[in-house]
Write a protein that binds this ligand. Sequence first.
Ligand code: TYD
Length: 396
Amino acid sequence: MNKKFLNLGIQPLANSFLKSNSKKTLAKEFFYNLEVSFDTDSYLVSVTNPVNPKLQYTDKYAHRASESITMRESFKKIADKLKKKYSPNTVMEIGSNDGVFIRNFPKNKILAVEPCKNLANLTKYKYKTFPNFWNKRLANQIFLKSKKADIIFSANTISHIPNLKETFDAIELSLSDNGVLVIEDPSIHAVIKNNSYDQFYDEHVYVFSAIAMANIVKKSNLRLFDAEQLTTHGGSMRYYICKDLAKHKITKKIKLIFKKEKKAKLNKLLTYLEFSKRVKKSKHKLVEIFKKLKNKNKNIISYGATYKSSTIFNYCKIGKKFINYVTDTTLNKQGKFTPGQHIPIISPQEGMNVRVDYAFLGAWNFKKEILKKEKEFIKRGGKFITHVPLPKIISK
Ligand code: TYD
């Protein structure tokens, strides 16, 4: 049974950066109530009322996975590993974004699926790219002409698709007999540990655990046989899934992960109810930090116009009163305004100047990369603010 445990209030679409802050533009902004539920049967954590994907994955989709060195390196590493381990003939990626994963393969091996037309346009000249939503119809269309896929890869995408049954059924009919589906998505275990409630936004319809993933794929005649914990996106899990009758044996590693997740009580509603209480406390503490700094007339900005920070700013009502602007390296976010709170977004070159006293880590998942990059800022006394695992000022 689906039980609601968290209410993050009225939220905009996390990727709906606004071109202007004119009254006319603001009047058209879309909002919905972001609530999160736990299914006591499958242990799946999901957004209670998902938004229609057609509103989200448009030809204006902002996120470019290759913007970060961390992600570029992570995708290169997994591509090399998959090539070595499975020697695949056909590799399909669901949600190929700007091609950050597929660029590691020769073009004759790749099939790419990307519903955001602006992104599909970036890869279509080199790789066979289908500018469509993933479903059974598309799977049938693709594999009418092509050999079944030995590897299906999907990072930070399956968690975005409301209809999981259709998604996995379509995957089941696209995989070769011993083919492997590799999925990466943020892990609910990490969310609970880090109190990173900002992993919930409209696109993250699901935040998986391994125990939930095993239950879900079973319904499509698939089985989870291995998994790896990852540090990307603030704590993710990489799942290895195959057909029921495939040769792959269940590994010790996945058994250990199941054990850990049960020990952390990820299969109990109470865990999520307690998390919800911690989220409220985190909000009050973060607002308190901003208020104190503003009372001292400090200049505060935010670092990284992330989707995650959209949840925080709208839930905590942190807006222009506290934050002068947000910096982001992504060209098509610069010059726009953040969803809901309408804070201007500018380039780091312009924004990380000597007037900045504090920078909120909107992209806290890249903390290491950012702290390394911003040595000058830190050297002259600039400080970062974070909310994970607890709201605080990072002093070094
Ligand atoms: P991402 O990690 O994908 O988070 P979300 O899924 O919540 O949007 O986005 C990171 C954003 O931060 C992206 O827009 C690029 C930006 N960014 C910077 O501006 N500077 C940096 O040094 C890094 C690492 C990221």
